[in-house]
Ligand binder design. Structure first.
Ligand code: TEU
Length: 558
């Protein structure tokens, strides 16, 4: 089995990574051209978000043809070159598979709309409850009803996401066979990893009105989900021991994740869950302004860390992806302590039990762009909610404030390679504006500065390869109720690791829970192997932590 515990994955959003031909749109040759940079960081895998033929209503998560590459991203030859150039650098490729839905332009859906019954059964068509009333009151994740009326059939089809993303009917064995074929096709091209988009939504349960929520409880972690994943595993990726998989689990439960990501390997290698990122939401509602709840963040991360370990299951650990705002803007400090906070957040995540995922630009401490005009936004979800918020009575100014904090476009501005025009991302007009701070935050500057955030990430990745305790160790949460400190202990055979982070921009002290006192730790042979300040400090006999300080202490018992 691939030892994914030691791996680090780097997520690439190709559209915003590097444009090799000046059309303002990142592409596969752009990725190939930056493989040396990625290798320098030391990661094992690159995960590329979808680059298949697509109308791009949802930036490629609306797939029109799973077998062909969208010409905006390049051609099959470019893909093959990227895979082989990556392999030369010890980097493997993970693809992003969107099988909960297709684009409405996919030929299956087109045939369904033309009235072909076999293809209608590829999707989820239902009669309305009564004229003009959809089958259920479920809401689309991008706003509005999850059902779209098709007059010709006097029926509705289900779309949990955009109206142009009809949900597939996994209960139809023909759909499952088609999905398997797609995976085998890409396996034959040397792909060694798959990320499965919102895969815990594929098995729909009962179609009933939801009077408590938006409908998600009826289709999340649905009745046949484990059966479908086991089947997929058995007949596709499970036949190649080198392949690693990660499932994106939307609003999932830990009990289900024990099975999705069990070390028995029957389903997937690991899972993404998002509970720790809903700490600045109101329940499940993200389009609000609520300060981040640190205690909630801590409880969520720790309960998943402990729960998954206890049940021999594996987490993917992360702060950022293409759907999330930039973490340094979200939980850190864009200003005075920009560098310290970016490094602290990195430390917190990378030393946890799980496989870390880095999202392009995170390793540079890239920040939210804080767009001020709706014309700067590109994301369908943001544009829909900008309207919905105002329909609900919010002022335009408030709607903007919420978008600046929560929009998915915050993570989608182009990679900042240099301080030059368009941050070195393109020679042309970028499809979305480059963050204005690219003169200050860019890869060229950070590569040449050994104290940069980039080099700190590089060291963190190297630590995982050097100290088994980081990859394999048990986890013991510390400072559970401390209002500012996030700390934990990892243990593995003779090795011990202590990670201590100050989550805030002020000086704080920590008493080591009465057990891990700095003087004693020194006597016991603990050494600082990484941190974002020069040394570590104490006040009396307790830790004195500076703003956003992170300390990693290690010892090997003799
Ligand atoms: O995301 C699924 C998902 O649940 C989030 O995008 C969520 O809908 C959003 O943050 C709500 O606020 C995956 C992909 O990562 C995303 O880019 C796609 O748009 C989505 O699925 C549909 O394929």
């Amino acid at each position: 089995m691939a030892d994914f515990r030691k791996y680090v994955v780097y997520e690439i959003y190709p559209k915003s990574f590097c444009d090799s031909n000046g059309d303002g749109f990142g592409d596969l040759r752009g990725v190939t051209g930056k493989l040396d940079y990625i290798q320098k960081l030391g990661v094992d895998y690159i995960w590329l978000t979808p680059f298949f033929v697509s109308p791009q209503r949802d930036n490629g998560y609306d797939v029109e043809d799973y077998y062909r590459i969208d010409s905006r991203y390049g051609a099959m030859g470019d893909f093959e070159e990227m895979v082989s150039e990556a392999a030369k650098r010890g980097i493997r490729v993970m693809l992003d598979m969107v099988f909960n839905h297709t684009s409405d332009r996919h030929q299956w859906f087109q045939k369904a709309l033309a009235g072909d019954e076999a293809y209608k059964d590829f999707y989820i068509f239902r009669k309305g409850k009564e004229p003009g009333v959809p089958p259920t009151n479920w809401e689309s994740k991008f706003g509005g009803s999850a059902w779209e009326y098709v007059e010709k059939f006097d029926e509705y089809y289900l779309h949990l996401f955009d109206v142009s993303q009809p949900d597939l009917n996994w209960d139809n064995p023909k759909v499952r066979r088609e999905v398997q074929k797609v995976i085998r096709f890409w396996m034959a091209k040397g792909v060694k990893g798959f990320r499965f988009d919102v895969v815990n939504l594929i098995s729909k349960g009962k179609f009933e009105d939801d009077f408590e929520g938006d409908g998600r409880r009826f289709y999340t972690d649905g009745p046949n989900i484990h059966k479908y994943l086991q089947e997929l595993n058995a007949v596709t990726f499970g036949t190649d021991a080198e392949i690693i998989t990660v499932g994106e689990m939307s609003s999932t439960s830990m009990e289900n994740c024990f099975r999705y990501a069990s070390e028995d390997g029957m389903e997937l290698s690991m899972v993404f869950n998002f509970h720790h990122l809903k700490v600045d939401f109101m329940g499940n509602e993200k389009w609000v302004l609520v300060p981040a709840d640190f205690q909630k963040l801590k409880n969520s991360l720790f309960s998943w860390q402990e729960g998954m370990a206890e049940h021999h299951a594996w987490n993917a650990v992360f702060w950022c992806n293409h759907d999330q705002p930039r973490v340094v803007s979200r939980f850190g400090d864009e200003g005075r302590y920009w560098k310290e906070s970016a490094k602290m957040l990195a430390t917190m995540i990378h030393c946890l039990r799980g496989t870390p995922y880095i999202y392009q630009g995170e390793e540079l401490g890239m920040t939210n762009p804080n767009f001020t005009d709706i014309s700067q936004y590109r994301d369908v979800e943001s544009i829909n909610h900008f309207r919905i918020l105002q329909e609900k009575g919010l002022s335009e100014a408030d709607a903007y404030r919420i978008l600046q904090i929560h929009s998915r476009d915050s993570g989608r501005t182009p990679m900042q390679w240099t301080g030059g025009k368009s941050g070195g991302f393109t020679e042309g007009e970028p499809w979305i504006e480059v963050n204005q701070n690219c003169d200050r935050i860019n890869a060229a500057q950070q590569l040449s500065d050994e104290h940069s955030i980039f080099h700190y990430y590089r060291k963190l990745i190297a630590l995982r390869k050097t100290y088994d305790v980081i990859a394999m160790g048990n986890i013991e949460p510390l400072a559970r109720r401390d209002p500012a400190v996030f700390a934990y202990r990892r243990t593995w055979e003779e090795e011990e690791l202590l990670v201590i982070c100050n989550f805030y921009g002020r000086d704080v002290t920590w008493d080591g829970d009465g057990t891990y006192l700095p003087k004693k730790l020194r006597e016991d042979g603990y050494e600082r192997i990484l941190g974002n300040y020069e040394d570590w400090r104490m006040e009396g006999d307790i830790f004195a932590l500076r703003p956003y300080e992170a300390i990693v202490l290690y010892r090997k018992r003799k």
